[in-house]
Design a protein around this ligand. Structure first.
Ligand code: UGA
Length: 433
């Protein structure tokens, strides 16, 4: 099929490459000339495991092109809108500027029978509004909403082998076109849910709200565990054995961040308020508050371990990205903690395998060091806040010989407290005795 993907960020660049690998003819469109130049040269503009390989494969097959000119999308039959919907400045609402702009620029180029497919995460009601616009301006085209569930770090696998497909459609034809797009996954038995626009839009935000709630639930338990001497990791293991609960997304720590979970729960509550249903989602405000409190807990723990006097102390922050296997620092709890400690006067040195460039762009006031060993040298306190494999595998004996004072906060509960204490460290986890 001939496909265009509008917006080549974390979602669109992967989607465009994956669709070409699946055999479709794809053009990726973005207004960012630098990004398009990189993609044309088969260079991923961000770190995502496996993207370089599928990008190279798709580009060399001749089935993947990139452009900054929306006119180059005109020959496509299916157009995916994959632009960002960040939190609006100064409010909790999702900012639809980019979706509306992409849509407006595309409409004049739609061929007879074209299908516009929204992938961006939007407030419920958006697809209905855009479908009405389409009916007025391009009645020969139709609209579907097909939310995306990929996780950064696993984006390639999640796109090629999704765990479910959700189509919000206005008619059966749209569903059969999407079936042709996703033929490989459908033939492999991927569950597919065909529904209306509103349900499809809600599925996406409901999924992220549920995941965020699960994380904040276990973080609330970690607060109780801290106060009572209980161990939240054993608690999570125990309740996780109940298949109705499940162990995944029950890791307590510095909390969730990234470009999705935080802004999606805020956008969802803002939309519910707008619908006069604020009470229904009031609990998500608490989920957000618990999450932000985790960052404060790590900062407070750090100040406590520095005897209340962080000023001038060398604090080493391991990890700045919002999670491992990503270079994304959007709403990163790790970076937030580093910035707060710097604000309290600590001599903060941050390191990360992939995220330094993005972190420096946002917070140039922090000192960044590439090498983990170099960062650790002379540390008076170490904070592990993004659980990259490299940090999980650190040898406490060896690291003790690098630092000035062996004190560590395990902000992701991924280290073995006994091993670190046996090597002479003061170890503090989150909700672990
Ligand atoms: C999330 C969803 O998992 C995807 O399904 C969704 O498609 C995506 O948002 C999106 O809306 O685009 P992502 O933001 O890549 O994906 O990251 P997650 O793997 O969900 O992790 C989010 C945050 O939760 C990270 O900061 C992570 O460290 C934290 N987390 C995760 C915990 O603190 N504890 C856990 O047990 C799990």
């Amino acid at each position: 099929m001939r496909i265009s993907v509008i917006g080549c960020g974390y979602l669109g660049a992967v989607h465009a490459s994956a669709m070409a690998v699946l055999g479709h003819d794809v053009v990726g469109i973005d207004v960012d000339e630098r990004k398009i130049a990189q993609l044309r040269a088969a260079q991923p503009p961000f770190f995502e495991p496996g993207l370089a390989e599928i990008l190279a494969n798709a580009t060399s097959s001749g089935r993947l092109a990139f452009s900054t000119d929306i006119e180059d999308a005109a020959t496509a039959d299916v157009h995916f809108i994959a632009v960002g919907t960040p939190q609006s400045p100064g409010s909790n609402f999702a900012d639809l500027t980019y979706v509306d702009a992409a849509f407006a620029s595309l409409v004049p180029h739609l061929r007879e029978g074209a299908l516009v497919v929204g992938k961006s995460t939007v407030p419920v009601g958006t697809a209905q509004r855009l479908a009405a616009l389409l009916a007025a301006r391009a009645p020969h085209a139709s609209l579907a909403w097909n939310p995306e569930f990929l996780r950064e770090g696993y984006a390639v696998k999640d796109t090629l082998e999704p765990d479910r497909l959700v189509y919000g459609v206005g008619d059966d034809h749209a569903a059969s076109v999407l079936d042709d797009v996703y033929r490989t996954a459908i033939d492999a038995g991927t569950p597919r849910i065909v529904t209306d626009y509103a349900t499809a839009e809600l599925v996406k935000v409901a999924a992220n709200a549920f995941l965020a709630t699960k994380i904040s639930f276990i973080n609330a338990m970690s607060e109780i565990a801290d106060a009572t001497g209980a161990d939240v990791t054993a608690l999570a293991d125990a309740i996780g054995h109940d298949a109705r609960i499940g162990r995944r997304f029950l890791n307590a720590g510095v909390g969730f961040g990234g470009g999705c979970l935080p802004k999606d729960i805020r956008g969802f509550t803002a939309r519910a308020d707008e619908l006069g249903l604020g009470e229904s989602l009031a609990f998500l405000k608490e989920v957000d508050a618990i999450n932000l409190r985790q960052r404060q807990r790590v900062v407070d723990l750090a100040v406590g371990l520095l005897d209340g006097a962080p000023n001038g102390k060398r604090v080493v922050v391991l990890g700045v990205t919002f999670k491992p296997e990503s270079d994304d620092v959007r709403d990163s709890p790790a970076l937030d903690v580093a910035v707060q400690l710097r604000g309290l006067g600590a001599d903060v040195v941050a390191t990360d395998p992939e995220g330094i460039e993005n972190a420096r762009g946002r917070h140039p006031q922090l000192a960044y060091v590439e090498s983990t060993d170099e960062a650790l040298r002379g540390a008076e306190l170490v904070l592990l806040v993004t659980e990259w494999r490299e940090y999980r595998d650190l040898d406490p004996q060896r690291v003790a010989s690098l630092v000035a004072t062996p004190r560590i906060i395990d902000g992701r509960n991924v280290l073995d407290p006994d091993a670190w204490r046996a090597a002479g460290w003061v170890y503090k986890g989150m909700g672990r005795p």
